[in-house]
Design a protein around this ligand. Structure first.
Ligand SMILES: *Cc1c(COP(=O)(O)O)cnc(C)c1O
Length: 382
């Protein structure tokens, strides 16, 4: 026992109960494995959380691709976004032919800085994409107004923030297009999965079309409706991003627990915040007035230059901390296009300091204490 390796504590993981398993098994026994009744049920229940109609797709990446396609992003469109995000936020627009302009983030929240966007937005801007870093909503009202003043759309990558609210309104209802991810480490899971939400009926319909090859089955919209009962037409190209019923049923079961997940995440964040407040070498995540985050990550900032040492020491103890994120413009794919280090100093400094501590609803109080003790020991003994 004494030389057993310590139990591993990941930075995030899914919470799957017996009712989730039952929900999936029920669908496996039914007539529909995909594109059946569970899809509509999931979209309706998710829409309740998002405060807007939703279209579910196969991943958060697919959701971003679908949102940009629905927004009409194409060759030469300019998309202004944050470098402090997962690469997919920019890559999906790049793959549609867009030119990415990276604007810097706020030094403390790591969310897209409104002033930095203002400095680069132009007539060519087709979309401003904010990301709700760690679950904390962006300055949605300011970014939406800025986008609309330039005839652009405001897109919110809410992969971290399903369940968060901003000024009393749910994430999903704030932007022209909002995207979610249901990857296992995210706020709830369908294994792989994602969704687009939009209060705009035209945009959500375009997203629905893109998800299913752009197929038009409504005869009143067809160019040659008299072909026969089998007839369907493609007016604009799309892809197959359909989320199967099996996974939608898991999503419905998971959503029932989202409020409980949110409360547990909040408790853990509060415990970390109060434990680390007295350590001068670290900074804890801020929370703006008006924000009620569903905390996805716990981004601790190590201010004394020892982030890497804390990463290595924690991992050696089985505490599987992670770093979120390498600034997107540092990836060779973007560096090779001419994006330079130093262009987004807040994001780049944030990256050098950031460490995601374990945060997921299934953590026990002992798990939380173990993480706190490890961080405290590190700063007191080394
Ligand atoms: C996870 C994530 C994505 C991609 O979602 P997948 O479901 O993994 O494809 C996009 N943006 C951000 C900010 C994410 O964290």
């Amino acid at each position: 026992m004494s030389n057993a390796s310590p139990e591993q504590l990941p930075y995030g993981r899914q919470s799957i109960d017996e009712d989730d398993i039952q929900a999936v098994v029920e669908v496996l026994r039914s007539d529909w494995l995909t594109t059946g009744p569970a899809v509509e049920r999931f979209e309706a229940e998710l829409g309740g959380w998002a405060g807007a109609p939703t279209v579910v797709v196969t991943s958060g990446t697919a959701a971003l691709h679908t949102a940009y396609a629905a927004a009409g992003i194409g060759k030469g469109s300019q998309v202004v976004t944050s470098p402090m995000t997962f690469v997919a936020t920019a890559a999906t627009a790049s793959l549609l032919g867009a030119d990415i302009v990276f604007a810097d983030v706020e030094a403390d929240t790591a969310n897209l800085d409104v002033g930095a966007v203002e400095a680069v937005v132009s007539k060519r801007t087709a979309a401003i994409t904010g990301i709700d870093y760690a679950g904390h909503p962006v300055e949605a009202d300011a970014l939406r107004e800025l986008a609309h003043a330039h005839d652009a759309l405001f897109v919110e990558d809410a992969a971290h923030s399903v369940g968060s609210t901003w000024r009393g309104r749910p994430v999903g209802s704030l932007a022209d297009l909002t995207t979610f991810s249901f990857y296992p480490t995210k706020n709830f899971t369908t294994a792989e999965g994602g969704a687009v939400a939009s209060p705009n009926p035209l945009l959500i319909e375009r997203a629905r079309q893109f998800r299913n090859h752009g197929l038009v089955r409504d005869q009143s919209l067809q160019r040659t409706p008299d072909e026969g009962g089998w007839h369907q037409e493609v007016h604009e190209l799309g892809l197959n991003y359909r989320l199967p019923d099996v996974l939608c049923a898991l999503g419905v079961a998971q959503l029932r627990k989202l409020d409980r997940f949110k409360q547990r995440r909040k408790q853990i964040v509060a415990a970390y915040n109060s434990a680390f407040a007295s350590i001068p070498e670290v900074a804890t995540p801020p929370c703006r007035e008006g924000a009620d985050p569903m905390w996805h990550l716990y981004p601790l900032r190590v201010l004394d230059g020892r982030r890497r040492q804390l990463y290595d020491a924690s991992r050696a103890e089985g505490i599987l901390v992670q770093v979120h994120y390498v600034p997107v413009h540092w990836h060779p794919a973007y560096a090779d296009l001419g994006y330079r280090r130093g262009m987004c100093p807040h994001a780049e400094e944030f990256y050098t300091q950031q460490l995601s501590l374990p945060l997921f609803p299934g953590m026990s109080d002992d798990d939380v204490d173990r993480v706190i003790a490890a961080v405290r020991d590190f700063f007191q003994t080394s």
